[in-house]
Design a protein around this ligand. Structure first.
Ligand SMILES: C[S@@+](CC[C@H](N)C(=O)[O-])C[C@H]1O[C@@H](n2cnc3c(N)ncnc32)[C@H](O)[C@@H]1O
Length: 712
């Protein structure tokens, strides 16, 4: 059921007077004086909005709806325009994108009476600040369909006792439905004037407020109707602003030059004001093609220092560059763009981009591409756009721009079952990027579902591997065990990379070859061959600690000095000399070690992870291995060391190791995919810190009891 979020004027003076005015002017109305802050049907009203406290509202001046020449509105409305800075960030009336806060005093069909009433009210100076009772909060009201509203006999309805006594004091009459209904329009106006006199008299000590001047604006010929404008709900605008802000360079964070190229009613500027200190905003520019939107934004945010420009953003000359752009551009599809206009845009954007822009591109594509010039070097931009650019042929230019020209930070695709707009059916996504050339190793976060702060799934992708010719897919898999009872891999294990010898072909030897080369056993450690040569994921051990695998390998690893080796193991020394001749000793990694044939310190780890691989059939891309041998591994593996508490449990109970192995293996499909990075050709890779974050499947209670959540 649709609902509205309203603020009742529940003070002791102004509220009762305005209620009485409404009762006199429109006796059938049972409405109490209020400001409508939000209309909501398909979206729900955030709880935080209901907790917002309002200290005062400003009454400004009299306004009317439906009295303009040529208006086809049946109801004529007379109201008091209001302002309330505390409520502006919550305002969202998607079907009336230019409507202002107001308190209705008459909403009826009589044009003549509405005119007379407006004329009467305009004789009074309404510009005053109304203090509200402490901690005044908003109320959400369900709007029942007319046929389900409770019917009461309007003639014997009961009035608020405060309003009754006010009426008595002002008019000496007894307030009743019957009395009000019997009044002529002339008497109504007379009583209304008495109530206004009383109101102004009783509020003479209230602070006066300045009323902003307003321009009369008409709809442009061919301008989008209000219904085609889909404003960003404030909570979404705020979450985008808060997220994107974090990526501003430190110097920019204290000197924000904000820009919104399709400002609407200023949802993003309002959001920015609520997430940063106003002092950090050095300048703000909002542009909109619609004079009505421009005027609406100006009236809302003028006092907060935004310069609102009425212009077609896609055809503007130079405007000073911005370091922070937040935008929800028009989603007009290519069929809706006038052919000449589109042709010119295509030519210009194609020249700017150095690539052909498809004629099937929606207007938002031009907005982003042509905004590149508006971004200062290092600027951050966050765009709320249809996610179809990732999947369509026309999206290629945008995919190219995002993956090659700028540094893509985040793509968050909302789930189709969680609407983001009250009045648009698009499946939107948020794209955040920085105006710097991306490095080859740069990764971007692709997330799906939930919210920007708390997505359902997330994946880091090396942007270089994103191909603009191909569709981009955001993984939609939910994490199965992400709840309070869940255990992360890092709660049970620490993770280290396998050793980097710096020259595997020299140091890693077949066990028999090492023997032939005269390398003593004490200078060798067993090492596991590459995962693809392993026939099983469980590595048993031979009696001497070597893994029971077809090809047993070892790595040279000793502290002995070259002198000692020369004396005791001359054959081995000859081999080392060969290494020196071949330049192994002075290699990048090897050259830093003393002695150069001593490897990094690693204990054998009971569990290993293959770190990088491709999925084949039902085999996951990344494998876990249970290593029962004393072999260590090279850096094609990650080594998982149980925390001390887990180790103790393993020592006490022989079953624990196999349970741990099952837990690890069960996590490979769903959870690992979330954290691994997908490279071109389906290659997945996971880094140690990412592995620590992997959520594990169900964990038996005795193991969960020793899990040790990492704090950092
Ligand atoms: C989707 S609405 C978004 C409004 C606002 N940014 C928000 O998020 O609530 C798009 C806005 O772009 C404006 N617009 C459409 N074409 C434009 C153009 N060529 N230049 C500037 N503004 C334009 C519309 O008037 C509308 O206010």
């Amino acid at each position: 059921m649709p609902s509205v979020l309203v603020l009742y004027l529940a003070d002791k003076i102004v509220g009762p007077h305005l209620e009485l005015l409404r009762n006199i002017c429109e006796p059938n109305s049972k409405s109490k004086p209020h400001i409508t802050v939000r209309y909501s049907d398909k979206l729900s009203i955030p709880d935080a909005h209901l907790r917002t406290q309002v200290s005062h509202i400003d009454l400004l001046e009299v306004g009317t709806f439906g009295l303009e020449v040529g208006s086809d509105q049946t109801n004529k409305t007379v109201f008091i325009r209001c302002r309330c800075d505390e409520l502006l960030p919550l305002e969202h009336k998607p079907y009336f994108p230019t409507s202002e806060f107001h308190i209705t005093l008459y909403d009826g069909e009589s044009q003549n009476f509405a005119r007379l009433l407006a004329r009467l009210f305009r004789k009074y100076n309404w510009a005053l600040q109304v203090p509200l009772p402490r901690a005044m909060k908003l109320t959400a009201i369900k709007i029942k369909p007319k046929n389900r509203r409770k019917q009461t006999n309007i003639l014997d309805r009961e009035y608020d006792p405060q309003v009754v006594s006010l009426f008595k004091r002002i008019t000496q009459e007894k307030l009743s439905g019957e009395f009000l209904h019997s009044l002529s329009d002339k008497s109504r106006l007379r009583y209304a004037a008495l109530v206004c006199d009383s109101l102004l008299n009783q509020t003479s000590s209230f602070a006066r407020v300045a009323v902003p001047t307003r321009k009369k604006v008409n709809r442009l010929p061919g301008e989008a109707s209000d219904y085609e404008i889909h404003l960003t709900p404030p909570e979404l605008a705020q979450s985008i602003a808060a997220y994107a802000c974090k990526f501003l360079e430190k110097s920019d964070r204290a000197n924000i030059d904000f820009g919104d190229p399709a400002v609407g009613t200023g949802a993003f500027y309002g959001a920015l004001l609520s997430v940063v200190d106003k002092k950090t905003i050095k300048s703000a520019i909002g542009i909109d093609i619609s004079p009505k939107q421009v005027e609406a934004t100006r009236l809302r945010w003028d006092s907060k220092d935004i310069r609102v420009i009425e212009a077609d953003y896609l055809h503007m000359g130079d405007i000073s560059q911005r370091n922070f752009i937040l935008a929800n551009p028009p989603y007009l599809r290519h069929q809706g763009i006038k052919p000449d206009y589109k042709r010119e845009l295509r030519i210009r954007a194609s020249t700017d981009m150095g690539m052909k822009i498809s004629g099937l591109s929606g207007l938002y594509v031009y907005f982003i591409l042509l905004s590149h010039k508006w971004m200062a070097p290092g600027a951050i931009a966050a765009w709320l756009i249809p996610s179809e650019f990732m999947q369509t042929g026309y999206g290629k230019a945008l995919r190219y721009y995002l993956s090659r020209t700028v540094k893509l930070i985040r793509v968050h695709q909302f789930s189709s079952d969680a609407r983001q707009f009250e009045n648009a059916e698009t499946l939107p996504c948020v794209v955040v990027f920085k105006n710097v050339t991306p490095m080859d190793s740069h990764t971007a976060q692709f997330t799906f579902g939930g919210t920007l702060e708390n997505p359902v799934s997330s994946q880091d992708i090396i942007v270089k591997d994103l191909d603009s010719e191909q569709k981009w897919r955001v993984k939609q898999k939910a994490l199965p065990h992400r709840d309070a009872s869940g255990v992360k891999l890092g709660d049970l294990f620490s993770v280290r990379r396998g050793i980097a010898t710096g020259a595997n072909q020299f140091f890693v030897l077949d066990r028999n070859v090492a023997k032939e080369l005269g390398v003593p056993k004490k200078a060798l450690r067993p090492v596991l061959p590459k995962a693809m040569s392993l026939l099983s994921d469980v590595i048993e051990q031979d009696q001497d600690g070597y893994p029971r695998v077809t090809r047993q390998l070892c790595v040279i690893d000793t502290d002995m000095s070259e002198d000692e080796i020369q004396k005791k193991y001359p054959k081995f020394f000859e081999y080392l000399k060969k290494g020196i001749e071949q330049g192994v000793k002075n290699g990048h990694l090897v050259g830093r070690r003393t002695p150069w044939y001593r490897q990094e310190r690693r204990d054998p780890a009971p569990f290993l992870c293959t770190y990088m691989g491709k999925a084949h059939g039902d085999k996951p891309a990344i494998r876990f291995i249970w290593n029962k041998s004393a072999a260590i591994v090279t850096n094609t593996y990650l080594m998982l060391y149980p925390h001390a508490s887990v180790r103790r449990l393993m020592d006490e109970n022989n079953d624990v190791a196999s349970k741990l192995f099952d837990i690890l293996r069960n996590s490979t499909w769903e959870a690992m995919e979330e954290f691994s990075r997908l490279h071109a050709g389906g290659l997945s890779k996971i880094e140690p810190r990412e592995l620590l974050e992997v959520w594990l499947g169900p964990v038996p209670s005795e193991i969960k009891a020793v899990a040790n959540p990492r704090l950092f």
